[in-house]
Design a protein around this ligand. Sequence first.
Ligand SMILES: *Cc1c(COP(=O)(O)O)cnc(C)c1O
Length: 427
Amino acid sequence: MKTTASKRLFSEAQQYIPGGVNSPVRAFRSVGGQPLFIKRAKGCRLYDVDGNSFIDYVLSWGPLILGHAPASVVKAVMQAALKGTSFGAPTELEVRLARMIVEAVPSIKEARLVSSGTEAVMSAIRLARAYTNRDAILKFEGCYHGHSDYLLAKAGSGLATLGLPDCPGVPADFTRHTLTAPYNDIKTVQRLIQRHHRNLACVIVEPIAGNMGVVPPAAEFLPALRELTREHGVLLIFDEVITGFRVHYGGAQSLYGVTPDLTCLGKIIGGGLPVGAYGGARQIMRLVAPVGPVYQAGTLSGNPLAVTAGIKTLEALQAPGVYQKLDARAAELSEGLGAAAKKAGIPLTRTRVGSMVGAFFTKGPVVDFASAKQSNTQAYAKFFHRMLEKGVYLAPSQFETAFLSTAHTASDIAHTIKGARAALRNL
Ligand SMILES: *Cc1c(COP(=O)(O)O)cnc(C)c1O
C-alpha cells in the first residue's frame, strides 16, 4: 500500500499540531504506524491522499449513519450555507431539530442544542448538580463522556487507548467528586449510593458502552440503576451521544424501555457537523438560563448548517425498515468475523447491539473495562494493519466501536469478511 503522501503530510502536521492530530486516537499510536490522510469519502468508502480506498467502519466515530456525503444532507447543507451560516439569533430550523428530538426520545421534553457531545454532558452534569444541590457524580470505568475535567477519571476512548488512568491538569479537588464503579456491577453501585447518596447528584452511564469496545448492558443493569437512583433522589443521566438514533430511533432508552432523567446526544444528531444536545423533563430543564439560573451558552449553538445536517439525517432514519436493515447487515458482519476467527483458531469475543459491532481479542466474556482490557491489543494492531491492506478501515484501537451505515452493502460486508479470513490466518 502506497503511503508516501500521507507520511509527508503527517510529518508536516507534527510541526504545527500536537502529535499531528486534532483528536488523539487518530494518530494510530496504539496500533503503530502513521495515520492516513483522507482526501474525500462517499457512501461507505474513504479515499486517501495516496489513492487508496477503504470500506470505512469508523464513520467519523459514529455520526455518519447514512454513510459519507449522502446527497440529501449535502444538498440541504449547501442550500442552507447560501442563506448564512450563523446568526446568533433563533431560527425555525433549530426548533425543528429540537422538536424531532423531543418526539423521538422518551426522556426529553425540552432539549438545549450545543456544539459537541462534551458540551452536552458537561452541561447536563452542571444541571443535575444544580437540581439536586449536590456535588458528587458516579460514572463507570471505561465509559467516556467527553473531555471535561471531572469526567476524565478512568475514562474510555482515547484514554483507554493510550493507557492514561487520569489526566494531569485536572485538580484533585475536581475528581474528588467523581465516584467510579465497574460497568454492569450493580452491587458496587448499590454500595456507593448507600454511602454517598446525600451528596450524589447523578449517575451517568453509556446505556451501551461504546468507548471500551462495545459492552452491552446486562439485562438487569439499566433497570436496577433506574430503581436505585429514583429511590435516593439521584438523577440518572444516559449519555446517548453514540447510541441516540443509532440503536433505535428513540435511542437505547427506547430499545430497553428504561427512561433516564436527563439524556445527552451528539454524533448522529449533527449528521457529520458539530451538534450536541441535552434534555429531560421540563421541571429540570427549566433551571437552564434564561428561564433559570444555570448558565450555559454557545456562539454557534443551533447554527443553521449543523442543524440542517441533523434534520436531514433524522428524516432519512424515519424511513421504514432502516434499523432492521442495519441490524441484519451488522449481524452478517459479526457472524462472519466469528466464523473467520474460529477457523483461524483465534479467540475472539464478539459483542453487538444493532449497528454497533465489537470484537475483542480475548476468550471473554467481556462485561466491563477490566475484562475488555484482557484483549490482546498487539493481535488487534496486527489485525488492524492487515485489514487496511485489504481495503478495510477499522478504528485504530481495540477499545472503540465498529459502526455500520445504511451505505454498507451486502457485498461490502462479504469483502470485509473475506479480508478478515486472510488477516486472521497465522495472526
Ligand atoms: C463521542 C462521545 C462524547 C463526546 O462527544 P464529542 O462530540 O467528541 O465532544 C461523549 N460521550 C460519548 C458516549 C461519546 O461517544
